[in-house]
Design a protein around this ligand. Structure first.
Ligand code: PHE
Length: 456
């Protein structure tokens, strides 16, 4: 029975677990959003605060999701149903499944853009774009071409998910994540040795504490949250496939470390290159990777154009791999939910999720073209609405609920059993107490602050 086999699906190894979870965390948020935030918030000081947020807020929440997932070995919706049957907490399970699906609808659009730039750079074209802003706008506003790229990137994600946990997610993560890390090192090495790169490096390394305001702190928290894929149901779903000997705290620590390193390394790829080309601002906003960087690729390598083309190709390959592994992790929660709740095959479930995301993602993609002026929802385009509602509302609300659930409702014995792997790896009692206290008070208050701030 395929359904029953699905229920017992597991990751095959600890390395597979770490790479799959890191694949979820490392995404457009690291390579695209993080450098943008660093640029907008003054560089090194932001990075410092960000790292603190990851350690203090991110890792414990990730552990909480791991506990819920691995204890129940169920999809997110059924996990909460099992732990708190008949209560309002069950809502969080559905919210997790829904948020994953919802994010995928617009994440796939940007993944499609990265696929387009990857194809163009493979043909050596990106280094020849003379008007990168016009080029980007002409592409994204086209009524058909971006849809094709979005659908293509969704199909790649589909092909992985349909193969299941070990054969699909784990196998491809084990291939793609090491590739991504190697490319990252090559790009950092190239970027920091460019003439004039020092000012970019200094921007990243020399903190100017006068830049730290409440705004900066709260943006750093929000970024940490998004980047670690917290409150989305995907860490909880992945954890339901963890083996019993995986160490949850250690896994969360490794994932956070990889995620943070990749984010900072992205800064080291982008800023030295950007600073080495005069006339390009570091705070160019979301257009940074699609508009600013093509200019940088050309200008920095005028003497050796093939090097510029190679650099561009590797950069967009990195971006696409990062996007794809994250898409997989938000495709899986709704897929697992459909399989287990409605007892349908993985094939059918994956097909339903892929088709519905392409349909709704079409609206998001067309927001940059024919539907630019269609703003049925709070004066926002479809894309902006999906982005806003998921990142600014569902994520913080989900995070608050997960923390409160873990702190106030979840049985202490479950927390202890999960953190100590059923007593085989003892953890100091004080640490367990601190964890629960954190979930009861610190995390909900901190996240409420981000939430209120973002909505101002
Ligand atoms: N963490 C991913 C990133 O940094 C984004 C993501 C969000 C992934 C939600 C999964 C779920 O890009």
């Amino acid at each position: 029975m395929p359904q029953d086999m699905e229920k017992r699906a597991n990751f095959g190894s600890k390395l597979g677990i770490i790479l799959a979870a890191a694949g979820s965390a490392v995404g457009l948020g690291n390579v695209w959003r993080f450098p943008t935030e660093v640029g907008a918030n003054g560089g090194a000081a932001f990075i410092l605060i960000y790292v603190l947020c990851v350690l203090v807020l991110g890792v414990p929440l990730m552990v909480a999701e791991f506990i819920i997932g691995r204890h129940t070995h169920k999809n997110t919706a059924d996990a909460y149903r099992q732990l708190a049957p008949g209560t309002a907490w069950v809502f969080q399970g559905y919210l997790g499944v829904f948020t994953s699906w919802f994010i995928l609808c617009y994440y796939a659009v940007v993944a499609g853009w990265t696929l387009k730039y990857l194809m163009e750079s493979a043909l050596g074209e990106v280094a020849h774009i003379s008007e990168s802003t016009a080029y980007f706008e002409a592409f994204t506003s086209h009524p058909l071409i971006p849809l094709g790229y979005m659908a293509a990137s969704m199909m790649m994600c589909h092909l992985v998910i349909v193969r299941g946990v070990q054969g699909g997610i784990e196998r491809s993560s084990k291939l793609m994540m090491p590739m991504l890390l190697v490319i990252m090192f090559v790009l950092v090495a190239t970027s920091v040795t460019m003439p004039g790169a020092e000012s970019g490096v200094a921007f990243l390394l020399r903190p100017d504490f006068s830049k730290i305001t409440a705004d900066v702190v709260l943006s750093a928290m929000g970024q940490a949250f998004f980047s670690l894929s917290i409150a989305m149901g995907c860490l909880c779903t992945y954890a339901s496939y963890f083996t019993d000997d995986a160490k949850l705290v250690k896994t969360a620590g490794s994932v956070a470390l990889i995620d943070t390193l990749v984010a900072i390394m992205s800064g080291f790829v982008i800023f030295p290159a950007v600073f080495s080309v005069t006339g390009v601002a570091p705070d160019a906003g979301p257009g940074l990777v699609f508009i600013t960087l093509p200019k940088v690729f050309q200008a920095a390598f005028t003497d050796v154009p093939w090097l510029g083309a190679a650099f561009a190709f590797m950069f967009y390959l990195l971006l696409f791999l990062a996007a794809l592994t994250s898409m997989m992790s938000i495709h899986e929660p709704p897929t697992a939910f459909l399989i287990e709740r409605f007892r349908i095959s993985r094939h059918t479930a994956t097909g339903i999720v892929t088709a519905s995301v392409i349909a709704v993602g079409t609206l998001c993609s067309l927001s940059f073209g024919p539907l630019r002026d269609v703003r049925p929802l709070f004066g926002m385009t479809f894309f902006d609405f999906f982005d806003f509602v998921s990142a600014k509302i569902f994520l913080p609300v989900g995070g608050i609920i997960i923390a409160l659930f873990t702190g106030w409702r979840l049985d202490r014995a479950i927390i202890t059993a999960q953190l100590t792997n059923n007593g085989t790896q003892p953890v100091p009692e004080a640490l367990l107490k601190a964890f629960v206290f954190f979930m009861k008070w610190v995390a909900p208050i901190a996240i409420t602050l981000i939430f209120v701030y973002e909505l101002r």
